[in-house]
Design a protein around this ligand. Sequence first.
Ligand SMILES: Nc1ncnc2c1ncn2[C@@H]1O[C@H](COP(=O)(O)OP(=O)(O)OP(=O)(O)O)[C@@H](O)[C@H]1O
Ligand SMILES: [Mg+2]
Length: 309
Amino acid sequence: MYEDVLRHVYNIDTYKIQQIKGGWSAFAYKIQGNNQKEYFLKVYDKMRPSTQNMYKSLHVSSQILSWLNSYSSLTNNIVELINTVDNQCIYEDEKNIYILYKYIHGKTLRDEKISNTHFNILSNIIAKLHTYGNTISFDLTAITEDFNIFFYDNLLNFITKQYSSCSEDLKEVLSDYLNLIVNQLEGLMNIQKNIDKENINYRLCHTDIHGGNIIISDRVHLLDFDNLLLAPVEADLFAFYQKPQWELLLSCYRKTHPDYKVNEQLMEFYHLRRVLIDIWEEIELLESNAHNVDRAASLSNLRQQFKWL
Ligand SMILES: Nc1ncnc2c1ncn2[C@@H]1O[C@H](COP(=O)(O)OP(=O)(O)OP(=O)(O)O)[C@@H](O)[C@H]1O
Ligand SMILES: [Mg+2]
């Protein structure tokens, strides 16, 4: 089905295309080429709200990933992007956006606990990524943290007004959490207003570090740089804060960043924002006209999020 794109845009003749389950924001395919090489293709449906939200930033994040592949010491530990024959990081047609990567053989960590040995390597990857800031020669405007809570009005409106007429399956899952969502949204807004935005050290942050974006082979690979941001380092570190391996991360991280001090307010901001964004994106998807939505998986993701609120 994507043979033409692969042939004309990437100059790859395909032997086999196999859909892979697992991605949330894009459809994913393992590609075997007639050249004996294997690739990983992500296809973003332009009808999907998340694709529309990411449209500009995807162009920048893919360029930076490509640059990190070529010029950083992270090369062996991050997913490798394959350019089009026109040397572009992204291809787009009327229906989709396409990004192609080298296929990584290994095991996606998902919900499995990461061993301390691999966690040390991951901590080093994060620390190295955070050595890059706004001195790299890209226009980083589209991926610079602005602490926005872009979903605030939509989520509040949905809970207070549209909820009563939404689909029944969604209504049932949300019913016990309406007040909690509204309270936490207000809490997030208060934190956001008080952030001292002028005195922050902005660094390149992955912002979506979890087991689904880590593959372990004989190495540790960090993938899915779609949410790359120039942001305070807490945008990555919050995912580990106050969790069992936090001290391990901190001791490894401070070898590269000896002066690092935790900013509690930013940790709280990123934690709450992440959970509320995930809640909003599932609601938005479930109420959208996007094709092939797996409603059961989406509702289950939503239920998981309430544990973190
Ligand atoms: N280069 C690769 N080689 C092999 N497998 C990969 C590669 N990149 C990603 N995967 C697998 O595909 C899954 C989905 O990929 P990815 O995280 O990039 O997609 P996504 O749609 O952005 O997912 P999500 O939004 O849920 O994070 C990963 O969890 C991993 O198992
Ligand atoms: Mg992912």
